[in-house]
Design a protein around this ligand. Structure first.
Ligand code: PLP
Length: 394
């Protein structure tokens, strides 16, 4: 028997993977080329050559245990030094390698931080629409996730809604830019507003509020730079993942980075070190850590995703859909053609179009189109989108 908590999570969750799997079944019946599956964020671009070369090279290390044995909980020192130096050069920061902790991707890093920071009843605010797993990370530890809805005309954080969402119980704020599910890149003005409100609230409540920046899409920004948040708010903790930028989500590698001036720096590091293993949050895989020595600054060719983005955005808006221009990641948020976005997704399946309902991301009435697909697939999907549109408006 599964726990009541898990049963409730299953009941309330809309399983995006289920829709994706349904797409695979439809592909078996109608042919893969006739199914347009915009459901999940699995990168379609091959990993850069430097990545696969590095995996092979470090797999052959002798003695083998130097790579394949248990590493330190927080990761290899040479890898952490390399990442600290890269961040300092790129963003003008002053990371010390001690503040870089290698993790099993971003999801595990977020769960690790929740374990270190949250007590039962504590609150975490996040900007909605948001990555649906956040609720589980927090509520699994008996915390509460409080959504602060963005301005749905711009998909930028709304300062007043954000201010109202913070309470004395707020321990952290999750921020994700470029954003999943909307593709929005939060502007410098938005970041400055968030930082000012957080400073004000920290002073009012007399305890730190950590801004936890979940950044798997940092390098996937097509039109504008993504502000580096530690430069705006001192108590920022950055989580990074190589899943999307190197097209290796199955390799599970990322890190947490904390600057020495963050309040509680030493306690945070001690807590993270303890959480890794004591709480079953396992260390980052050692081969994938070593691989980073050769490709810590690499990225897939983002012009490929940009091309798909441009085809879809232009095509969909010309048909008549309301889509907010996505500046980054590989997602766009499109308004459903009926109030019930789940029903809209069902109707789209008649045209062999699969995408996720906004309700799954606290964005009801909208849908998420996940577009890490070849440009040619995006192009061929447009007549199906047109037929769907005509069913409602034609
Ligand atoms: N955070 C966001 C916003 C994501 O979109 C994802 C993956 O899709 C993750 C975290 C998880 O990343 P990882 O594959 O590194 O665990």
């Amino acid at each position: 028997m599964i726990s009541k908590k898990m049963a409730a999570a299953l009941e309330s969750g809309i399983c995006i993977r289920d829709i994706f799997e349904e797409g695979k079944k439809l592909a078996a019946v109608y042919g893969a080329e006739n199914i347009f599956n915009f459901t999940i964020g699995n990168p379609s671009i091959e990993p850069p050559q430097v990545v696969t070369d590095a995996l092979v090279k470090y797999a052959k290390t002798k003695p083998g245990l130097a790579v394949h044995g248990y590493p330190a909980n927080v990761g290899f020192q040479d890898v952490r030094e390399c990442i600290a130096a890269y961040l300092n050069k790129t963003y003008g920061t002053n990371y010390d390698y001690n503040g870089i902790i290698m993790t099993v991707g971003a999801a595990n890093a977020m769960v690790c931080l929740c374990n270190v920071i949250l007590d039962a009843g504590d609150e975490v605010v996040t900007f909605a629409p948001y990555f649906w797993e956040y609720r589980n990370y927090v509520e699994n530890l008996y915390g509460k996730l409080v959504p602060a809805l963005c301005n749905m005309q711009t998909l930028q954080p709304d300062p007043e809604t954000f201010r109202a969402a913070i309470s004395e119980k707020t321990k952290a704020v999750f921020i994700n830019t470029p954003n999943n599910p909307t593709g929005a890149v939060y502007t410098e003005e938005s970041i400055k507003n968030i930082a000012a409100i957080l400073e004000e609230k920290q002073a009012e409540y007399g305890h730190p509020i950590y801004l936890i920046s979940d950044e798997p899409y940092r390098l996937l920004s097509y039109d504008k730079p993504v502000p580096y948040l530690t430069n705006y708010y001192k108590n920022t903790i950055v989580v990074y993942s190589y899943s999307k930028t190197l097209s290796i989500p199955g390799e599970r590698i990322g890190y947490i980075s904390i600057l020495p001036n963050v309040e509680g720096y030493k306690e945070l590091l001690t807590g993270i070190n303890a959480a890794i293993r004591y709480l079953g949050i396992v260390n980052a895989p050692s081969l994938q850590q070593k691989m980073l020595l050769d490709c810590y600054d690499a990225c897939v060719d983002i012009s490929i995703y940009k091309k798909t983005r441009d085809i879809l955005y232009k095509g969909l808006t010309e048909i008549g859909y309301n889509v907010i221009h996505p500046d980054g990641a590989f997602y766009m948020f499109m308004q459903a053609l009926e109030d019930d976005d789940v029903a809209f997704c069902e109707r789209a399946k008649e045209e062999r179009l699969l995408f996720a309902p906004g309700t799954a991301f606290y964005g009801p009435g909208w849908v998420r189109i996940s577009y890490p697909v070849p440009a040619e697939v995006a192009e061929r999907s447009l007549p199906a989108f047109k037929r769907l549109y005509d069913k409602y408006k034609g």
